[in-house]
Design a protein around this ligand. Sequence first.
Ligand code: PGA
Length: 218
Amino acid sequence: MGVVTTAKYIAPELLAAFGEQFPGIEFSMTVSNRGDIIRRIQDSEDDLYIMGQVPTDEVEVEATPFAWNPLTVMVQRGHPLTLLKKPVPLHAIAETSFLIREAGSGTRNAYLRLFSEKGLKLNVAMELSSNEAIKHAVASGLGISILSIHSLALEGTKGPVEILEVEDFPILRKWYLVHPRGKILSLTAQKFMEFTISQEQFITDRLVNLWPDLANYL
Ligand code: PGA
């Protein structure tokens, strides 16, 4: 499989649960940003992909949505922005030192689109090519950022990084199971697709458990 970096928070669990139902299968998973995953699809390197946005121009694919992948503004716990009236206006986010993902990141494309639609420009303090590096940089007070809620799956939302309620957020995205159009999938890949689609409610419940406010937006 090839998965975009936000999906690395869920793909191993899906593989583990699937492997329990079908013992003996060996998996290989490449984690990369959207740009790299599109190149892998073009070169037909993997059986299946998990992506946050279906590629339309670069390559012909078939895509099946299967779970929510909401993006939220994340700040260091107790950051001055948390003292503002909620929801915090978008321009306040644009004015604060921002930690941005690298070019080729689908997450970055999604939030840059929102800010540009609103006529705002982010105040970029640093570029980092990993969600985990961004999370640690946010926790260290180097700046704020926008990440998938799934990135807080292990530490939860009460840790050193907190989700800020901001206007126009969360950006509600979905994950898609993707493969090249016309590709005949192996039986294992077909079964994994069916299994993953069947987990949608479980993944939603887990997200709402992590951040109960999400229920107001779904
Ligand atoms: P990425 O993840 O930011 O690592 O490219 C892609 C996505 O969620 O669209």
